[in-house]
Write a protein that binds this ligand. Sequence first.
Ligand code: ADP
Length: 282
Amino acid sequence: FAINMDQLQLDEELGKGNYGTVKKVLHKPTNVAMAMKEIRLELEDAKLNAIIMELDVLHRAVAPEIVEFYGAFFIESCVYYCREYMDAGSLDKLQPVGVPEDVLARIATRMVKGLKFLKDDLNIIHRDVKPTNVLLNRKGEVKLCDFGISGELDKSLAKTNIGCQSYMAPERIKGESQNNLGTYTVSSDTYSNVFAQLTAIVHGDPPELPEERYSETARDWVSLCLRKDPEKRATYRELLSHPFLVKDRDSDVDMVGWVQKALDYKATASILATKAHLPQSV
Ligand code: ADP
């Protein structure tokens, strides 16, 4: 079905990204809560239409590790994009509570499976893997969103913003990551799984998981994702068959409990931050 603005009841703002605002909305005909992303693009209608058509591919991106796409439309110079509402938000806002190794393994498994599905089934390379694009819900599910599907959209966004560079693979920063078909190679997505600063990515040693908190197996897995030479970086298949993720298959990890703890921690942190800004006498 095609979604339009008249069917939506607008609720609270969920966050702001590089390109626009995300709001919670209710799709009245189906009573489904959705997240609606507004992207302002100064483009003529034909181009906006082309973007909407390209986004249609997303209807085929159905997998447990991918945020469901409901539809997109444009009004004036804004593209509105509706997707599954994930009630625990993005990973960046949950990780301050700390990520125990079993939770890390589960998140890593979901991400690699999601990326592999996009590549194998739809021939899509994500190109923007970072914590704000990993969404979670209170059921403990972990899903990816915001992958590059629309050439037109990417082109228009590239003009307004060069995006978040801290998660980019070194060969992308240096501009060597396009293969002879002019597309990014899949190993660039594997790198993005763990962060680093821009210059450090190109010139420094890859970051490592802290020795005090993570096992040798976890640290080895991360190092395989962060090999600077894309040729030497592990493939999705290799990452999934590594002991770190093999162990996760039978692990009974309490994702629901961790998500709840992370949300409680986030709520407490925000109360403390508000108090800190109040005058002393209050
Ligand atoms: P970015 O451009 O940084 O990737 P987005 O514009 O996609 O960010 O989203 C901004 C913020 O809105 C996210 O960091 C997340 O907290 C929230 N958000 C985005 N999509 C959803 C969703 N489907 N469900 C719940 N929250 C979301």
